[in-house]
Design a binder for this molecule. Structure first.
Ligand code: FCB
Length: 476
């Protein structure tokens, strides 16, 4: 695949048509707990998100994923809708508790049957299924034994990966082990904003390791079973010093980069935790959870790195600041509150930070990448007059971030695809149904799907494999 940007006419690329490399993958993403519903159907066991969302005070307005977008029952129509939008690929996740209700032991065939039908439906419509094995819905039984703080969860994950591969591996080419282990560890066990809602830095850091180990074991198993493309999706923090000239701010950014990024990237791509990160882990644990040979397992080769990006992080040195619970070791570091344009969820919009992040990952690790999530929450709904959802702010967000991707491609980044988050409005974790990230609007009372302006715009982008003036039809 060539990584060049064709500028179709002279002048500002912004003002004219720009193309993505040939073969660029265009898709949209979802996750099981966020869309499926059918929480107790066909033998599905409870996950930590069922427990968490039923615990008063944890999720906005007591929302749960019990029904969500009812995708479990509506997948045929949903796939038809994806085909209508012209999606070439669909990134979705498998609910571990549907496949193994207790996380280990007996396989629930009816759970696997659902994904089997979904995969066939997608392929029948010419849409490439891109599977994520773990997008946060850990079987509750495993959490009862310590969840990701327990090494056995990593081993159980590799077994589960093989079970799913045995059923779908003849049709699914791209296998992603984990989605955003940063969130699983630091939000799940660090600040407790996500399930299982624990606040303990040692548990968070131990979970990081077991998540990575689970990835490594699963990656190895998938590879030896014949998986074509093996991957992991991270949400690397696009962290920068508030004052790039100030050595103390630079040092602060280095710490946040260590605990947030290099703790994942270095063992994944270089087979070892960096010394400065090990030192921080050692402040909270005796390091005995990192066993001889583990880092080598984590270093299992992958084919593509999934990158989820939404917003940048700026930090400065501010002595006396207590550590952020999601960043152990961050005493004395202040995280700047978002400034400038922000989305409905309060995340600062800065496409250039995506370019910087991709360039850095390319320069440091030289790995092919895909954007596996990028998108924006806006409180949109159908206009009472026209019934249309005119989400021009989302179109602007997506357009500017796709241009940021092109800038990275010009730098030499081997970027192979882009998945918008999300196909449709869904259960946004602790924010419940209050945040709408979809290209398609969902009316949760009727389950009606209504493609927003952004969905129509995205269809055109896909058709022309690029951005720019005129319509795709003009350019054919
Ligand atoms: C990411 C998650 C995804 C979604 C977006 C907004 O961190 O992977 O499920 O909630 O944020």
């Amino acid at each position: 695949m060539t990584a060049t940007v064709e500028v179709e006419s002279s002048g500002e690329p912004q003002a004219t048509g720009v193309r993505f490399p040939e073969g660029f993958v265009w898709g949209a993403a979802t996750a099981s707990y966020q869309i499926e519903g059918a929480a107790t159907e066909d033998g599905r066991g409870p996950s930590i998100w069922d427990t968490f969302s039923r615990t008063p005070g944890r999720v906005h307005a007591g929302h749960t994923g019990d029904v969500a977008c009812d995708h479990y029952h509506r997948y045929v129509d949903d796939v038809a809708m994806m085909a209508g939008l012209g999606l070439r690929a669909y990134r979705f996740s498998i609910a571990w508790p549907r496949v193994q209700p207790d996380g280990t032991g007996p396989v629930n065939t009816r759970g696997l049957d659902f994904y089997d039908r979904l995969v066939d439906e997608l392929i029948g419509k010419g849409i490439d299924p891109v599977v994520t094995l773990y997008h946060w819905d850990l079987p509750q039984t495993l959490q009862d034994r310590g969840g990701w703080t327990n090494r056995e969860t990593a081993e159980a994950f590799a077994d589960y990966a093989q079970i799913v591969y045995a059923r779908l591996g003849d049709r699914v080419k791209t296998w992603t082990t984990l989605n955003e282990p940063w969130c699983s560890a630091y939000l799940g066990y660090g600040n407790g904003v996500h399930a299982p809602g624990i606040q303990d830095p040692a548990s968070a850091l131990i979970s990081v390791h077991h998540l990575l180990l689970g990835h490594g074991l699963a990656a190895r198993a998938l590879r030896s079973a014949g998986a074509q493309t093996v991957s992991i999706t991270l949400n690397p923090t696009a962290v920068a010093p508030l004052d790039p000239q100030n050595p103390a701010d630079i040092a602060a950014a280095r710490i946040v980069d260590g605990v947030g990024n290099r703790i994942f990237l270095e063992p994944l791509f270089r087979g070892a935790y960096p010394d400065d990160v090990r030192e921080i882990i050692g402040r909270f644990t005796d390091l005995s959870h990192i066993r001889e040979g583990d880092e080598k397992i984590i270093n299992a080769p992958i084919d593509v790195l999934g990158v989820n990006y939404y917003t940048p992080t700026y930090v400065s040195a501010q002595p006396g600041t207590p550590a952020a619970l999601d960043t152990p070791g961050s005493e004395g570091i202040a995280f700047r509150k978002p400034v400038g344009p922000i989305t409905d969820i309060g995340w600062q919009i800065e496409p250039a930070a995506l370019t910087r992040l991709l360039n850095r990952l390319h320069d440091d690790y030289g790995v092919p990448m895909m954007i596996t999530e990028n998108g924006a929450a806006y409180p949109d709904g159908p206009s009472p007059e026209t019934g249309e959802v005119n989400d021009t702010d989302r179109v602007a967000y997506l357009d500017s971030h796709l241009r940021a991707c092109l800038d990275a491609i010009s730098h030499g980044v081997d970027l192979r695809g882009y998945f918008a988050w999300s196909l449709m409005d869904n259960f946004e974790w602790a924010e419940g149904y209050n945040m709408r990230f979809g290209l398609v609007h969902v009316d949760y009372t009727t389950q009606e799907r209504r493609p927003k302006q952004s969905a129509k715009w995205y269809s055109e982008v896909i058709k022309r494999n690029g951005l720019g003036g005129g319509t795709a039809a003009d350019e054919r």
